[in-house]
Write a protein that binds this ligand. Structure first.
Ligand code: HEM
Length: 220
């Protein structure tokens, strides 16, 4: 159960699940870009529907478990790799084929995890747990999640922070998706090339998408 293979499978499968979550999450957040007259009620209704659906509640618990398992097993793999490669700090030609991103996935993942803690404190804890400043209601009586995002993205420091974080996010998703496909055994050359392209396209859409939303909302 504790073999490297098992750890890699857990990281790959939870990673793919988190990638799927991000597609849905980004699509929903694009609502913020619509004119305010439509965006507010649509965004708030969507958020209420998710919060109140029993199925989504179960999926949300799977999501939290996936985040924890992904971070924990990725940490174990990173620590093991470090132990196995003490020569990393001297000139090492065996690394010529690996990229900066692949060598620093642990660091980039930690940055994203720290972002996530702050992000959940800003949104999830206020909206779902009622911790911190109270969230008001919109004209339909739904929690005004739109206002939470709108206020946050009218603070230039948050806009810069969310936009900058999209760079490590894009890099992590690009390398992570490629690695997940490899771990799951999609090895043969033609398929790998196609999946490498899919990884780039996916990472660019996610990085640019999440990075640009705060900027557009700021100027709304
Ligand atoms: C433009 C950027 C983003 C916006 C506006 C945004 C907005 C939100 C909102 C409003 C919620 C609370 C949903 C609710 O309970 O109604 C949320 C939750 C969450 N966000 Fe984001 N998000 C953004 C980027 C990200 C990124 C880049 C990640 C991951 C790296 C992420 C991961 C999550 C997670 C894991 C949750 C908790 C899911 C749940 O249980 O509801 N978000 N986000």
């Amino acid at each position: 159960m504790n073999s490297l293979f098992f750890r890699k499978m857990v990281v790959a499968l939870t990673g793919l699940f988190l990638c799927t979550f991000l597609i849905v999450h980004l699509s929903a957040n694009f609502i913020l870009l619509l004119p305010e007259s439509m965006a507010r009620e649509l965004y708030n209704s969507y958020s209420t529907t998710l919060r109140e659906s029993p199925l989504i509640k179960i999926i949300a618990y799977v999501l939290y478990a996936a985040i924890l398992l992904h971070a924990f097993y990725a940490l174990l793999i990173t620590l093991r790799n470090r132990k196995a490669k003490p020569e990393k700090y001297v000139v090492n030609h065996s690394n010529e084929n690996s990229t900066w991103t692949s060598q620093n996935m642990g660091l980039i993942g930690t940055i994203i995890l720290l972002f996530l803690v702050l992000h959940l404190a800003n949104f999830w804890a206020r909206i779902k747990l009622g911790i911190g400043e109270e969230v008001g209601l919109d004209a339909l009586g739904n929690r005004d999640v739109y206002e939470v995002a709108y206020t946050l993205f009218h603070n230039i420091y948050y806009v810069i922070f969310y936009t900058l974080i999209s760079i490590p996010l894009g890099l992590h998703l690009h390398h992570g998706l490629k690695s997940a496909f490899k771990s799951l055994g999609f090895y043969h050359k033609k398929g790998l090339q196609l999946l490498a392209k899919v990884s780039v396209i996916y990472a660019v859409i996610m990085g640019v998408g999440f990075g640009i939303i705060p900027i557009i909302v700021y100027f709304k």
